[in-house]
Write a protein that binds this ligand. Sequence first.
Ligand code: SF4
Length: 926
Amino acid sequence: NTARAAPDSLTVDHVNHADKELRRYARLHGPESVKDGLRDLREEFFPELRRIFFEREAAGVGRVLRKFLAELSNRYEGEKRSRSALDFCDLTEKTVQLLRTAPHVRQELKEKFEYILVDEFQDTNRLQKSLIDLLRSDENLFVVGDARQSIYGFRDADLEVFLQHREEVARENGVVIRLDSNFRTRPEIIDFINHVFKGVSGGNGQVERSELVAASRFNEKRNPSVELILTKGSSVDEARRLEAATLAGRIHDIVEKKEVRITRSGGPREGTPVSYGDVAVLLRSTADIKLYERALAELSIPFFVTRGRGLYNAREITDLMNFLKVIDNPLDEIKLAAVLRSPFVGVTDECLFWLAHYGKYRNGTGKEMFHTIGQADEIPEIEPHHRDRLVRFAGQLNLFRELRGRLSTGSLMDVIIDKTDFDTRMLALPSGRQKYANIRKVVELARSLEKKGFSGLNEFFRVISDLRFMETRESEAPTDVEKSDVVKLMTIHAAKGLEFPVVALADLNRLRRNRSDDLIFSKKTGLGFRVLNTVTRDPETTCSYSQAVEDQRQKDLEEMGRVFYVALTRAEEHLLLSGALGPGSRGEWIKVLAERLGLPLESMDMPESITFGDNGCKLRIVTDGVKHKTSHAFRKLPAPDRQKILDGKKLELPPGAPQSAEDVLSFLRVKPRIGSGGNYVYSVTEIMSFLLCPRLYYLGHYLGLPSMRADSVEETAVDRREHDEIRRDVLGSIVHAVLERYHPDFTEPQLRQSVLQAFNEELIGEPAQEQVDLVTQWVMGFYSGPVGRAVKDSRKVERELPFVFKHRGNPIRGTIDLLFSPDGSDWHLVDYKSSSVMPKEVQGYEFQMRLYSLAVEAIYGRKPLKATLFFIVPKEAVPVDISSIAMKDLEDKLESFFNAQKGGAFPERKGPHCDWCGYRGYCEKG
Ligand code: SF4
């Protein structure tokens, strides 16, 4: 009203001026009471007045925006019509339309269903409800749902639909059956959940207030079933690292010290201790999952990360499907471009541009990309190694197209995977085993479809498309690791419908994500948007925008409460909750808990336990940091037994105890990294470790035993003396990260910013100024030297280049620090060294460089011209011999490595490196 009443002559200048004046007066003039009044006016009312003013200013923009959206919608509808296509929403919308306008169709369908049962009804939206109403009759609908578990608002689930339907059923004399009995969870955990959610509604004030009732029998238990871990650090990052480490420590103790046993009465596991496979760590978001992974790995706790994405939408499956589609129709330019960009070929956008450009304009034929791939050699703008890849791909594509009519789809996929090394490439990526398992699963699907009579690529595409379209809930293929005794890390959404004996709900202080979009839509308040202040050029909030944001905020908070409820109710026997209290960090869940339990979050002087609920249940509070350094049952064995295990001999242990080395290692949860399958991809680091000492490789890489030292054999006393706070290897990875993203046009402030970002990503909190200076100087030192200057002037530069290549059938993986070509054809290979190994001690690294040289030759078909080790601290470049004679030495060494894998001989090689070897304790004579 004020806006409407405001004179039209009121402009943005007036508003800005008024704001400025109010600020000045509030600061300078009059008695305190007047100053306070002006301050209140400015802080409380003026923002509202601004919003009203800008709402009026935005009226014109709103009209244009609505017109634009209507036009967009019309064009989209027109495009769908012209292609006879339906999108996901159309499937329900058009069906509802059909049922409404064609009574005979509706009647025919209605008669088909004697009864209708809808599960998970709390996740239904209004359109789906209309569809159900059109198909049901008065007495044949049965719905099941739990309003407290409605957590799919982001997928358009509308809880109101569920609540209204429940009212309708009651009003129309239907039957509403309450199911409050819980058969899953121990009574103490149920008491805890009831206590936390007492009087809390899950949304719009009418969602369940009733309490859960424990309905299963559990044996008595002495220790509390609910634990709260709270850690505090000087920074948010430090507190979170402590939280992850303390949580991992508790999981370790719970399992290793058999602190929690299965207490469900009469069950097959009654009385047995829980194992790692019984534990699930649930997180609201996977953004910081690495923290928890590291903490678990630090204690040698086996774990597996369950990703939420469906199998058929996984990146590797999309790539494989695109390849099959290109084989079927190579003129599908979009699919072809996707394959060329994928790991199958791996060319850049620039390369695609030149390929398309050549076909359309250069050779004058207007040909599609498919016809020009084989002529990539004639396109000078494409880099030579990309030309090679394209020509190779053209040959493969022709072969696969020939095979298409002769092989079944499953066999064709096998040939593609084999000829392109797709499986090896996937294995070399993070979560490689999962990716590999996914690929195998889809190949198996093709085979099983063929057995059922499906044939040809098109039928297979249709099935895959249906599976994707229906958003199948098929989970990703479980790997051997996932099925075995490992802790599962997953999001709460992925855990819905599942249950675990021990649930650890981590990251309690995560804050709700604030929405910062300039345009927002709320079903309640409509479209809201910000407008530009034409004077300050800042975005200004309007009334409709702030109402839409507030409505959304409220909905988000309600849904977060329900997500919390879903997480807590996954636990059967034991519930761990953990949160970190850093400065400025106070998430919504930790606040709710503190309020319900009466915990003084400001003080870390917490009691060891508190009592909650009507039944006087206890909650244990853990506030200390990390007490668990890497420790291992292996070290506790008598020395002769340790040696026998390492030699693969039988132990004379009491009956019932593990007998063979393999038994003992599996008993100790140490799994050899190289199994019987032939898919293992050896890393350059592993091979280097073997050359230093075969026994060191065997213990650390083959058996995967934890090192007794946090630092590596390369690190010297100098490192620890110089950089007490941050280990040299951590500084080394920071330098690598900065060098990777370095751009020749970087100014010094930009470089510092990049250094700070790298510290941040390493999660080591706020670095000291000297550390930032040190890393900045190191990077500048490299780029001011002859090698760095040559890089700056080069035509081609590859940084942190990951590779996998096969040497005599054995896949080897690694990452090349820097590869550059001043003239665009000859490569120069560089590896930075940030450890304080002196340039004269380079023998071990020479081998590494030769191996990289072999990789470059395998990838680009051309041996590098030069190889240089660059020692960052003394700023010294050391050339490495990669002549044919030197490469022969490499061949011999690789042969000894692969022979050892077959023969199983890993003798000790003692030397000065033993002083710093992390396996010295395992190595009896070391
Ligand atoms: S202590 Fe020496 S001999 Fe033993 S594993 Fe380590 S490096 Fe090899």
